[in-house]
Design a protein around this ligand. Sequence first.
Ligand code: PLP
Length: 486
Amino acid sequence: LETSEFRKAAHRIIDWTIDYHESLKCGRLPIPAVKPGFMKERLPNAGPAQKESWETVFGDVENVVLDGALHWLSSNYFGYFPTGISYPSMLGDMLCTSTANIGFSWASSPSCTELETVMMDWLAKALNLPDFFLHNGRGPGGGVIQGSASEATLITMLAARNKVTQEERSRDPKQSIHEITARMVAYASKYSHSSVERASKVALVNIRLLDVDENISLRGSILRNAIEEDRRQGKIPMFVCATIGTTACCAYDNILELGSICQNEKIWLHVDAAYAGSALLCPEYRYIAQGLQSITSFNFNPHKWMMVNFDCSVLWVRNSLDIINSLNVNPVYLQHKDQTKAIDYRHWQISLGRRLRSIKLWFVMRMIGLEGLQHHIRKGVSQAKYFELLVRSDGRFEVVFPVTLGLVCFRLLSPDSTLEKTNELNSKLCEEIQRDRRYVLTPSSVNDVYFLRFSGGMNFCDVESIKGCWEHMREKADLVLHHCGD
Ligand code: PLP
């Protein structure tokens, strides 16, 4: 592609983006009709030997890519959790791509490192996180951008593992690393995200997924009993992952209770606030995360609900040396003369290479501003509250859990009120919605109760799309209730 052609093509992409977004507010079906394997039928078996023109390639985008995409930005999208997007973030991402910096060490891109450091402090302050997480604090704490919450949990678990291994070895040097690791136990609620269990598989650490109380919250007493039981058996409790805003139903573990136990027991307490963390931008929602003073690390995904495009998952640790010591390897080709004076983020993550992701955070925080972001969060919550009102207005439905942020968990009640029949009915309701393709909602299950999740907070969602979604639910309810005796 010649430079002049690139200029034209890039402008065309911007025009196309705006038109695509418009189409998502105007009736484009969010769920694709394709079946697994469809792509092979639309593409040749191998790439071309001769280069093709931009027009030809771009001409295939609609048929090959968009026709098979789930349109997360549709105004009718209420699935999973929101995906972050905004013009400032997209512009930041473009600049990130344009500079093509790979900032693994300070020397490999001083700006990549230092902008990230400052942005992590800005963001920590915007969320009112404890001062010990700040780079400019007196302690060794600080923040780093990861690609995902899954990586953040894994890294903190590895750091905890390394720390405990060092302590055990200094107590009794004869123990092998494998013997020590085999005795380690991590804990999380049984409704923590699957990535916590995944982290334990990668870190080779046993995990116990603990019961929760009636509010689906992991409580201190349950954790304490588990720790005591494990200590009696000679195991080493070493890591707890508490969730603020579970994926299944947006429940909150009790950080105050878990924190004091973890501090007394010298156990790493990581908080996974992947979704709900963005809500801490608003003072009125900070009650969901009381007790952060006693935690060891905190993570959330601005790429969910803070108008920052994927990927951008932010992690703060109380003592960055814990992470650095567990991941540090230092070949000559990566060393540089300023390495004792500067942060090298390669020691804070699994991969070596890293993008200039902080630039989109910088753009978002400056061009939308804290007040704009707070408005976005409050809008998402009010969308959920409105949908909750609609659900409560129809006696055939029930709201399954309290609506505290942007998530409404609801289900259709079965005339025959057994759990099995009601679950079956709601599973059919979900199938009907997916078959229809006009609205995206995700199912979930807690305590064996199957329900649907309505997730507010997407940029193009408005009152009309919420009303439309609700009417759709009612129509589909008529349909499945009509056939429920069949
Ligand atoms: N934790 C929670 C509470 C989540 O809701 C999710 C995803 O939705 C994750 C972790 C995993 O996020 P990621 O895709 O960033 O690894």
